[in-house]
Unconditional design. Structure first.
Length: 247
């Protein structure tokens, strides 16, 4: 899990402490018979903590808003759902930390937020709500749109667009090219651009199209969606770094 576990667990623990319920003592010289409970922290402090905690929960338990019951929010305290979700998330983080410690898993971590900004900008909102398949589709649309912007074309898109921009043929009026290296007539030049063209076609034909056009598909597991985002991130970096060749 690509998250600072120690920091996240500390934030969760702080929220639990702030939202702990207790019976406030009676004022001096007075006896008040009441079953109402109050939170340890003040409203402003709790709300500020909740802003951070909700982002942690969205990462650790993307479906917490629907999976964790909220029926006690009205009858007991408005933060009951948050508290239960925090306990569940902390258990997940604790086990993740334990697994890493026990197995010595120090392999590199793949983080969506570290991918090319076009990809993550396109995917972010849907990703955080747990809509991984739609997030990948949105990232693909963003890469396509930014490529169109770079070559100033709206008449073609997706596979046809990338076949054109990575073509080994010389640029023509209305058909600029993207060059990953100078055209020196070498096999390397031809191989690089043929590979980029084929890779782009695979991204759109093999990832984007099925995600967009197949009804009733189950939600993508997060790790598979990350792999698909990574493919579009590679393509986005190639496009952004490529030199524009226009006649």
């Amino acid at each position: 899990m690509s998250i600072d576990i120690e920091w996240a667990r500390a934030e969760l623990a702080r929220f639990l402490k702030l939202t702990e319920l207790y019976s406030s003592p009676d004022p001096p010289g007075m006896v008040i018979f009441s079953s109402s409970l109050a939170n340890r922290g003040g409203d402003r402090e709790i709300v500020a903590s909740a802003q951070i905690v909700e982002q942690i929960l969205d990462r650790v338990l993307p479906q917490w808003r629907t999976d964790v019951p909220d029926d006690l929010n009205d009858s007991v305290n408005r933060w009951c759902q948050h508290r239960e979700a925090v306990r569940r998330a902390d258990a997940v983080l604790l086990r993740d930390a334990e697994v890493r410690e026990r197995l010595g898993d120090d392999s590199p971590q793949l983080r969506a937020g570290a991918m090319h900004r076009w990809v993550w900008d396109g995917a972010r909102a849907l990703w955080r709500s747990g809509h991984f398949r739609e997030a990948v589709t949105a990232a693909a649309r963003k890469v396509n749109a930014e490529t169109q912007n770079k070559v100033a074309r709206r008449d073609v898109s997706e596979t046809t667009l990338f076949q054109s921009v990575f073509s080994k043929d010389a640029a023509k009026p209305g058909q600029p090219r993207l060059r990953l290296m100078a055209d020196d007539g070498s096999d390397t030049f031809r191989s690089v651009h043929r590979g980029a063209m084929s890779f782009a076609e695979g991204c759109f034909a093999g990832i984007r199209n099925p995600n967009s056009h197949e009804d009733g598909l189950p939600e993508l597991p997060e790790h598979e969606a990350l792999e698909q985002l990574a493919a579009f991130s590679v393509l986005a970096r190639w496009v952004e770094s490529a030199a524009l060749d226009a006649p």
